[in-house]
Design a protein. Sequence first.
Length: 472
Amino acid sequence: MKRSFLLALTTPLVFTLAACAPQHPTITAIKTQPVAAGVNAHLNRADWPKSAWWKDYNDPLLNSLVAKALGDAPDMAIARQRITLAEAQAKAAMAADGPEIDFSADVERQKMSAEGLMGPFALTDPAAGTTGPWYTNGTFGLTAGWDLDLWGKNRDRVAARIGKVNAQKAELEQTRQLLATSVARLYWEWQTQAAIYGVLSDIRQEQNNIISADKQLYQHGIASSVQGVETDIDAGKTEERMADAAGKMKAIEARLQALTNTASVTLTRRELPAVEASLPTTLGYELLARRPDLQEARWYIEASMNDVDAARAAFYPDVNLMAFLQQDALHLSDLFRHSAQQMGVTGGFTLPIFDSGRLNAQLDIAQAQNNLSVADYNKAVVDAVNQVARTASEVETLTRKSQQHQRVERDAARVVALAQARFSAGLIAGSRVSEAKIPALQEKIAGLTLKEQYLDATLQLTSALGGGYRQG
């Protein structure tokens, strides 16, 4: 009896599933590359760099600029609104998976046709309960429905929406890191130009000393006018460089105003941070996996995979439960009587059998979107690996060059000290001390440029490693 009962119960289900529209997807799924899989295996295991890495510079002005950019920049506002939209769409998908109860009420005034099916009601016959041809019909009550989602189609759609919410959160963090990096790079570039401007002012002062001394020598017939002209030309070039540095500083201030969404930015001079080797001993996948753009791409893959599952579930039958409890009467005076009550329960069953290929087309679209997400992710990982390798190599190279240039600056300083000693001993004129100082100051400018390049490279490396992002 049990076997016969099970056979009788399962046979209709087997035939039902066999009658479903056939699946014949034409697009093959692709996989993540090995290097991408390596990144996935090390998500959220690193402690460097820190999330608020810009605070390590201990610069209150830089901190305030970054905070202003992260709070008021239009890009951040757009990213936040995308999260809000994705969350609302996820809530809508969740609500679609649950039962629904509605209350409705309506009143209708209608005239019955004497020639139609309801013709007897067009007559006036109180004994028969007809007062035609006009009636005021009233209805009110509750209706309920529930899609049982036996195959998980709605649940997959909810999971896809949640994946997109997580992707938008990662996009917000990516925007945050890009803004913070841009502000920090511009800030230290301004500090470099300000420092160069100061050194150029010192060079201009020394050149003025030389020009003054040459004029005195020329007036006494000791020197020719050619030497004075050459010094004047050099002074003119220095003034050009000062004007160029001042122009760059103004341009940087304008860009910072745009990034921080403020009317004006007031910057003050401070020393550039020292060049030091602060990188980890290895730059492995555990650091690369901290990049929010890779996290974003990975969540889009998850979402698209759930869309594929939902597209597959659409091939199977839908089962819906519906019920109603209403009061319905042809006369409003009878609407609240017990005899006017009506109720019912309906079990709906929808089976796709032939749809001219629509479901297969939707499945192909979902699979193609998933493949596109995987391909984008693979490319993003490869680009990230190359970016980290390039920027890390640049940081190491600039570290060595800066250390070597420090020795050059020390040697130039010794030349200046020797000239100063000879001047103090009365062996040379003061203008010769200025001539010795100018090359040393030029080397100082070269050192500032190298230091700024090093700072910029470290900032790019921090950004390439995700800026300490951790998935929330």
